[in-house]
Design a binder for this molecule. Structure first.
Ligand code: DLL
Length: 442
């Protein structure tokens, strides 16, 4: 008998049928949904209506998918300016869930979901797990934080809908996480990649051998991580590590995900319309060109978002994926437009530093980038935590290591920056998103 829950290829699942729609059908569905969502936002969201009126357009002007370019962009500032419910297109009595995401300043942004939005969210997360080869037979430890953050509950409902056994571990309490991991037969784990690396490190100190555990899949996201970090995780723990992407403003996790090919992230295009634009001019860029990801929700009732500037940098991969999915892929997101800092005229992204450090030492260093300002110029220091054994080694060995890191960073960014080796465990660990950059410039 064919097991529709998870066939031998580990990819097909009835709920994933939309991943394989013939392209013309997918585009037709997108256009229908786009027209409906633009009308919904125009009718129910004052800010959208005013913007569209200023631009001289009405929902009737959206006749093709390309017409999306007629619509004005929306940004995080819009969510702040209309805090908390100003972008809602549904009365609060129809909103069954709220989440919030902390911004860099002051108040968080608030996002809402109707019952129908919850169904969509559950469905895209289920498809995310299926793409990673998971089925109802899996035992999933969900170490994304539960609460206002979308990661915990988003993954939870999707995993339950899949029929898998979900352990709502949430983030933190590392010793208990490791107990669960060892004792509950866990086959898959969800967390930020940096928290998983922390788990691995603590497990090592406790003498736990990942190779002896049934764990085989990691679902990681919510922060940028490098291909080097993926290799480190996969080699160290013998699991397959998948990248998943999403953001609260659009739905939470469940916007895009990797499949078994681990080459780019499939966007759930039946629910999210993807564009890549020039980060400065906002002009659309051709497939394959790196630019800012712009997303439009195609089915979100409570909070339809049109042409949202994510600040995340990526490109659209138009080549068909060998997994057979027809929904297009975006490249993994390694940087954001607002991540970048300029040191001595050179544009630098934190991910470049991580890649350089990992190319030097096979054992993953914990690191932090500290930005300061002296004499009007930005300065950067890279603090790298060394392992116990290295730390107790000779001064000469430490100096050599420091020079290796400095050189590796110079090779990547083209300038020499200060590298400081710091004691083991002196860089704070995060239960959720890692804080890689400490900005002391103001
Ligand atoms: O981080 C939603 C999420 C939860 C995604 C769990 C994946 C897994 P926010 O807190 O609103 O939502 O943060 C969204 O995080 O704009 C990216 O800059 C970054 N981000 C999320 N996933 C990835 C990823 C959740 N796979 C912001 N790679 C986004 C790189 C990511 N950056």
């Amino acid at each position: 008998m064919i097991d529709l829950w998870n066939d031998q290829r580990g990819t097909f699942h009835p709920d994933s049928a939309l991943d394989y729609l013939p392209e013309p059908q997918l585009r037709r569905l997108q256009l229908q949904r786009l027209q409906a969502i633009v009308k919904r936002a125009y009718d129910h969201v004052e800010l959208t209506r005013t913007r569209m009126q200023t631009a001289g357009i009405t929902p009737d002007d959206i006749r093709s998918l390309e017409d999306i370019r007629l619509l004005p962009f929306s940004t995080k500032t819009d969510l702040r300016d209309t805090y908390p419910y100003g972008l809602f297109a549904s009365p609060i009595s129809e909103v069954v869930r709220l989440h919030a995401s902390s911004g860099t300043t002051g108040k968080p942004i608030v996002v809402g979901y109707t019952q129908q939005d919850m169904e969509v969210w559950k469905n895209v997360m289920k498809r995310t797990f299926v793409a990673a080869g998971l089925s109802r037979r899996d035992i999933i430890q969900n170490a994304f934080g539960y609460g206002l953050f979308t990661g915990g509950l988003g993954a939870h409902y999707g995993a339950e809908a899949l029929g898998a056994t979900v352990i709502p571990a949430s983030g933190g309490n590392t010793t208990r996480q490791l107990m669960v991991l060892q004792d509950f037969g866990v086959t898959a784990i969800c967390s930020t990649p940096s928290y998983f690396v922390h788990l691995v490190e603590v497990a090592e100190r406790m003498g736990i051998d990942f190779h002896k555990l049934p764990l085989r899949t990691g679902i990681f996201g919510a922060e940028p991580w490098t291909p080097q970090m993926r290799s480190y995780i996969q080699e160290k723990t013998n699991i397959k590590a998948y990248d998943i992407y999403g953001l609260s403003e659009i739905i939470g996790p469940g916007v895009a995900t990797e499949c078994s090919e681990q080459h780019g992230l499939h966007v759930f295009e039946d629910h999210f319309l993807v564009e890549v634009v020039h980060p400065v001019t906002g002009e659309p860029l051709p497939d394959g060109c790196e630019g800012e990801l712009v997303l439009t929700t195609l089915s979100k009732e409570a909070m339809p978002i049109l042409r949202y500037r994510t600040h995340d940098l990526t490109s659209i991969i138009s080549k068909k994926c060998s997994c057979g999915r027809t929904i297009r892929r975006i490249d993994r997101i390694g940087k954001r437009t607002d991540d970048m800092f300029i040191i001595r005229g050179v544009n630098i992204f934190p991910g470049q530093i991580e890649a350089a450090l990992l190319s030097t030492e096979r054992n993953l260093p914990h690191y932090q980038i500290v930005l300061t300002r002296a004499g009007g110029l930005d300065q950067m220091e890279v603090r790298v935590e060394v392992t116990q054994s290295l730390f107790s080694d000779t001064i000469k060995a430490m100096e050599q290591l420091q020079e290796r890191f400095t050189k590796a960073i110079e090779n990547v960014i083209g300038i020499r920056v200060k590298v400081t080796l710091v004691e083991p465990h002196s860089i704070p660990r995060s239960e959720g998103k890692a804080k890689r950059v400490i900005d002391q410039r103001n």
